[in-house]
Design a protein around this ligand. Structure first.
Ligand code: AMP
Ligand code: ZN
Length: 493
């Protein structure tokens, strides 16, 4: 049985992870709203869930990982007012709303590739699931938890709360919420200011709209996640995740919609990742303090002293627990870059060192204990920070072996295998880091200089078969070697 424990935001405690039907695990993560470029804050959240997904797979689970694309009906105000973000961005960029959706969906996937984030197993879009959303609204109306007015449909929070509980996840009380909203709202067609939109009637000018039993309109944002998680993972599934800022109202409303339509709490373990801050403030597009991935890799941002690889920033993320706030600054990035290099070097060196002992030694015992500790750390609510600290301890052993401070006969071959395997498992498979921390062009140049040198030596020995072969085979790959007048050789793509 697995010993994985997860901090459940709903019960506010760490619990043993027991899937509904092991080895299958259903994981739903709220995806991006595709009306602008994702920033590093968004990347932190998606990286955290990538690590969680990878660790579940590593632990032997068969995971159905659903992450949606919000491409419709996300209003600037979560209570169902304001403007549709896709439409306003479309006007700004003189594009069709669906061109905005396509542009930023492709951009998001490029960023995921750049940061080595695995694609979800299902990536459904809100616009592709209008029928499912309409059906859920009809059920909610039928069950007495939603009402139609002027072509819009709202969730009736008070009616729901009379039979179930609203506010459990975020620990909010509905009377306080109503009191808080009253001042802000003014006149409203809703029965109560706390009610939220399931469907909004659209004016003829509104571009993104669909036919429904209540007239032309578009769905509320919270509804899509309820409809799509139910469709692909069932009425009850294992893990639902998202950034901390989505806990209220988004996830609270999701729970109410699911309970109201399916009669049961949808999620066994709610997981919330914490925010990436910049100068102590949540990084966000609207606050104007966001760093885009392109700014990171070009170094073209006021915060940055130079370009950083996506792997360095990912390592920075992993050095803190997913549920802790993290402030991004140059010192942190510099340290992360150095730390990642140190571990990647240890991983490479672990392949070069040897063990000769035929009996178990003290060093063997430490290696076995450290490998077990990596797993224990990860099983303790995915504690990547502690796992990295443990990998640094293993790196120290590798360096001592390399420098001769630990001799070959003080360690057995199987422990060397364990060192190699542990680096591979955590750095590559679970954390999704890449050994290529340096500029890829520099690496290519390094490799070509080796080939150029071998070709030179072949020529000196009059081994023209080898020298020609190097030139011709590189040419077939689109790389041209040029013999310069001064005897040097240059290359071009
Ligand atoms: P959005 O596209 O705004 O819905 O955000 C996509 C995901 O990024 C959500 O899960 C948010 O909670 C998360 N997110 C937004 N800002 C930050 C931030 N500064 N740090 C970490 N996660 C964030
Ligand atoms: Zn969602």
């Amino acid at each position: 049985m697995s010993s994985l424990h997860i901090y459940n935001s709903l019960t506010r405690q760490k619990e043993l992870f027991v899937p509904i039907s092991a080895p299958y695990v259903g994981l739903y993560v709220c995806g991006p709203t595709v009306y602008s470029d994702v920033h590093l804050g968004n990347v932190r959240t998606f990286s955290s869930f990538d690590m969680i997904y990878r660790y579940l797979v590593f632990s032997g689970y068969k995971v159905r990982y659903v992450r949606n694309i919000t491409d419709a009906g996300h209003l600037t105000n979560e209570r169902g007012e304001g403007v549709n973000r896709m439409e306003s961005q479309a006007k700004l960029e003189s594009l069709e709303p669906m061109e905005i959706v396509q542009k930023y969906t492709v951009g998001f996937r490029d960023i995921c590739n750049l940061f080595h984030l695995k694609p979800p197993t299902i990536e459904p879009t809100a616009t592709g699931h209008i029928l499912e959303q309409i059906e859920m609204i009809e059920t909610l109306i039928h069950n007495g938890f939603a009402y139609e007015i002027n072509g819009s449909v709202y969730f009736d929070v008070k009616a729901f709360n009379a039979k179930h509980t609203y506010g459990e996840l975020s620990g909010r009380n509905i009377d306080e919420l109503i009191a808080g909203y009253r001042d802000l709202d003014g006149q409203d067609e809703k029965r109560n200011s706390i009610d939220f939109a399931l469907w909004k009637a659209a004016s003829p000018a509104h571009i993104m709209q669909w036919k429904s039993p209540w007239g032309m309109g578009f769905p509320g944002w919270h509804l899509e996640c309820s409809a799509m998680s139910t469709k692909y993972l069932g009425k009850q599934f294992d893990i639902h995740g998202g950034g901390m800022d989505l806990k209220f109202p988004h996830h609270e409303c999701e729970i109410a919609q699911n309970v109201g339509s399916c009669g049961m709490a949808p999620v066994r373990y709610w997981m919330h990742t914490n925010m990436l801050n910049f100068n102590g403030q949540k990084m966000s597009k609207s606050l104007g303090n966001s760093i885009l991935p392109i700014e990171l890799i070009t170094g073209n941002h006021a915060l940055l002293d130079k370009a950083y690889s996506p792997m360095s920033v990912k390592f920075l993320f992993l050095q803190s627990h997913y549920s802790s706030e993290l402030d991004i600054n140059i010192k942190g990035l510099q340290d992360a870059e150095k730390g990642l290099k140190k571990l990647m070097d240890a991983r490479a060196n672990a392949l070069l060192v040897k063990g000769q002992s035929m009996v178990e030694t003290e060093i063997d015992k430490s290696i076995v204990a450290l490998a077990a500790l990596c797993k224990a750390n990860m099983d303790d609510d995915f504690n990547t920070a502690k796992t990295i600290a443990t990998l640094f301890e293993m790196a120290t052993i590798v360096n001592s072996l390399k420098d001769g401070n630990i001799k070959d006969d003080q360690v057995s071959p199987s422990s060397i295998g364990m060192l190699q395997q542990t680096f591979e498992t955590y750095l590559i498979d679970v954390f999704g880091l890449s050994p290529l921390t340096e500029n890829q062009d520099e690496k290519l140049d390094d490799v070509l200089q080796i080939l150029i040198q071998i070709r030179k030596e072949a020529k000196v020995k009059k081994d023209f078969a080898t020298s020609d072969r190097i030139r011709n085979e590189l040419l077939e790959k689109g790389i041209q070697l040029k013999d310069e007048k001064d005897g040097n050789v240059s290359w071009s793509l």
